[in-house]
Design a protein around this ligand. Structure first.
Ligand SMILES: Nc1ncnc2c1ncn2[C@@H]1O[C@H](COP(=O)(O)OP(=O)(O)O)[C@@H](O)[C@H]1O
Ligand SMILES: Cc1cn([C@H]2C[C@H](O)[C@@H](COP(=O)(O)O)O2)c(=O)[nH]c1=O
Ligand SMILES: [Zn+2]
Length: 197
């Protein structure tokens, strides 16, 4: 039996669709986004990549993974700008989508209705385990949702949430390993119990 891990027809048929890649921090969302976008570029498709301008963690202009894979992007202040920059494009990639306003849901629908393949990566939950920004609605309207998992740094099981290790209650706090660790459900509950003692 031959098993193909790629749905090549969907990759190349150039019909509009929405793909969401979601999960905790360190789960490989950005790597998977970059992989899909680079394959589209190899297929000579016109690709445009956007990220929220507030995400200046590794670079102002590029989408960069924790392993330093990167791809050039256009930082935008609001989801509406994505429509303005997306004429004559085959594929639109969006990273850190959790930071966008709820207008992103209509923007992605509009792009897909125009025949564009839209690939979105973002955190499904914030550090409290609450669904983050437009991601849950994007999952609902998506043609395909890929949930990726990091490894729990305490026990080695699959992680499901990003635990914040510094005292800060603001929902948006840019960070990396100094501020967050991926944990499984059990280790996350234990960590919260310790913090509230
Ligand atoms: N606990 C962990 N579990 C899995 N990957 C990890 C972990 N800590 C660091 N990494 C690294 O993070 C990379 C994924 O980075 P990235 O795609 O930027 O993730 P995300 O966008 O989901 O935060 C992995 O390939 C791996 O090298
Ligand atoms: C959980 C959580 C995360 N953030 C920030 C931290 C990082 O800068 C990004 C997530 O990046 P990644 O590519 O998924 O690693 O989001 C936040 O602001 N609030 C949170 O609750
Ligand atoms: Zn664990």
């Amino acid at each position: 039996m031959v098993v193909f891990s790629e749905d090549h027809k969907q990759e190349t048929c150039r019909r509009g669709r929405i793909e969401v890649i979601c999960g905790s921090m360190f789960s490989g969302k950005t790597e998977e986004l970059i992989r899909r976008l680079k394959r589209a570029t190899f297929a000579k498709q016109k690709v445009e990549i956007f990220k929220p301008a507030i995400d200046t963690r590794y670079s102002e202009q590029a989408v960069v993974s924790h392993d330093n894979n990167s791809i050039q992007s256009t930082p935008v202040d609001s989801s509406a700008s994505i429509l303005l920059f997306s004429s004559e494009i085959d594929v639109v990639g969006i990273d850190e989508a959790q930071f966008f306003d709820d207008g992103l849901i209509n923007v992605c629908n509009e792009l897909a209705n125009r025949g564009i393949r839209v690939i979105i990566a973002g955190l499904d939950m914030d550090f409290k385990g609450i669904p983050f920004g437009p991601i849950p609605a994007l999952c609902a309207i998506a043609d395909e949702v890929t949930k990726v998992h990091a490894i729990c740094v305490k026990c080695g099981n699959l992680a499901y949430v990003s635990h914040r290790t510094v005292a800060n209650e603001k929902r948006v706090l840019l960070g990396e390993k100094q501020e967050y660790e991926p944990l499984c459900r059990c280790c996350y509950q234990q960590a919260l119990q310790k913090e509230h003692k």
